[in-house]
Design a protein around this ligand. Structure first.
Ligand SMILES: NC(=O)c1ccc[n+]([C@@H]2O[C@H](COP(=O)([O-])OP(=O)(O)OC[C@H]3O[C@@H](n4cnc5c(N)ncnc54)[C@H](O)[C@@H]3O)[C@@H](O)[C@H]2O)c1
Length: 345
């Protein structure tokens, strides 16, 4: 299978792994800055400054799109015109309108569209999903999720990241919201959120707090910031990417009628039936998972099987859109200072 990677920052992770995989060949890469040039040299593959030229000139079976969010729609449609199946990074697009257009276009052109929510391939996330489904904490009542860290100051030099189509909610928050939907199967019905930009003063948020309500009455609280030194975030706690320091902390807490579960420690607190209530001691158990694999590798192997026609994408365009709808509702709530309904009347 001949693959091209468009974008060579996050895309570099894919490109390096593809070089190591038996079933995939890295045919070419696209990037338009000095780092991309250096990386393409190191990968020993042709570099195209204009990704459209790459699509026009290379014989490909599939394309991985890791361009800035606002370019996802244009790139997916360009690939679809050539009959090429795509793995597009999350968020599927910068707006839900763009995402809908991409999904419909791919369907019309009969190409497969997969969205890069790679944490759905994380063994820890899948373990969490199984535990929640297994009833160990009973019926879910509430969820608390935190994503708080400080990014490098250089990070904000990339102009698209501080405009409305970038920002920590769209770049990072989308992961946590997708995890929430995936592990709980909840249907979110409304969002109320407040944001501030008191740290950097950019167009996009520095911090957001959101309250979500699910159709079964479950309530969710989510706090996100990328401008505060803190050890509580998926990246720092789950240990799936070696570039980050590890802190043995929890970033998600799930509260049920029978007990509570923390992630990723998988510490679970419950009472026994005959000693229930706050005057008794909670029993602590750990549902640890040993030696989980790398979710990006699993995602690539899945994409390879999709290209071979063995399976259909596990994270479809519709799934990517569902997650983006929540994010858009959060943004609308921030702008209009009101609770936003996601219920389709
Ligand atoms: N799944 C994850 O964990 C994860 C992590 C990081 C980024 N991402 C996603 O990947 C995408 C890219 O993010 P990033 O941080 O790598 O962005 P970036 O701005 O750092 O890099 C973008 C890359 O695209 C190239 N590029 C930009 N415009 C181009 C054009 N017109 N033609 C050819 N090349 C072009 C640049 O040269 C660069 O190599 C975003 O959608 C982001 O949300 C996902």
């Amino acid at each position: 299978m001949q693959i091209a990677v468009l974008g060579l920052n996050h895309g570099y992770t894919f490109a390096k792994q593809i070089k190591e995989m038996k079933g995939l060949t890295l045919a070419a890469v696209a990037g338009n800055n000095a780092a991309a040039m250096e990386r393409a040299n190191e990968l020993e593959v042709p570099l195209y400054q204009d990704y459209k030229k790459l699509i026009d000139q290379c014989q490909l079976d599939g394309v991985i799109i890791t361009l800035p969010n606002h370019l996802h729609k244009e790139a997916v449609k360009y690939c679809a015109d050539q009959g090429l199946h795509c793995l597009v990074e999350k968020p599927i697009a910068d707006t839900t309108d763009a995402a809908r257009e991409m999904i419909d276009y791919c369907e019309q052109k009969q190409v497969m569209l997969m969205v890069g929510h790679h944490r759905r391939f994380s063994e820890k996330i899948n373990h969490l999903k199984q535990l929640l489904a297994s009833d160990i904490i009973g019926e879910l009542v509430g969820v608390n999720m935190v994503w708080a860290l400080a990014k490098d100051r250089n990070y904000y030099k990339e102009a698209w990241r501080i405009k409305a189509s970038g920002g920590p909610l769209l770049i990072n928050g989308i992961h946590d919201l997708d995890n929430l939907l995936y592990v709980t199967n909840l249907k979110i019905e409304s969002a109320y959120a407040i944001a501030c930009n008191k740290i950097r003063g950019f167009e996009v948020e520095d911090a957001v707090t959101a309250i979500l309500e699910a159709s079964d009455g479950t309530v969710i609280h989510y706090f996100l910031t990328d401008g505060v030194p803190s050890p509580w975030s998926y990246e720092f706690n789950v240990m799936e990417n070696p570039i980050y320091h590890f802190y043995e902390e929890d970033c998600y807490h799930f509260f049920g009628t029978k007990g509570s579960l923390a992630f990723p420690s998988f510490r679970c607190f419950r009472y026994s039936e005959d000693q229930y209530g706050w005057k008794h001691a909670l029993k602590e158990e750990r549902f640890t998972l040993e030696a989980p694999g790398d979710p990006i590798t699993a995602e690539l192997e899945h994409f390879e099987a999709v290209l071979k026609g063995d399976i259909s994408p596990r994270v479809t365009g519709e799934e990517g859109l569902k997650t983006l709808e929540i994010l858009e509702a959060i943004n609308l709530s921030v702008q209009e200072k009101r609770k936003v309904s996601l219920r389709s009347e």
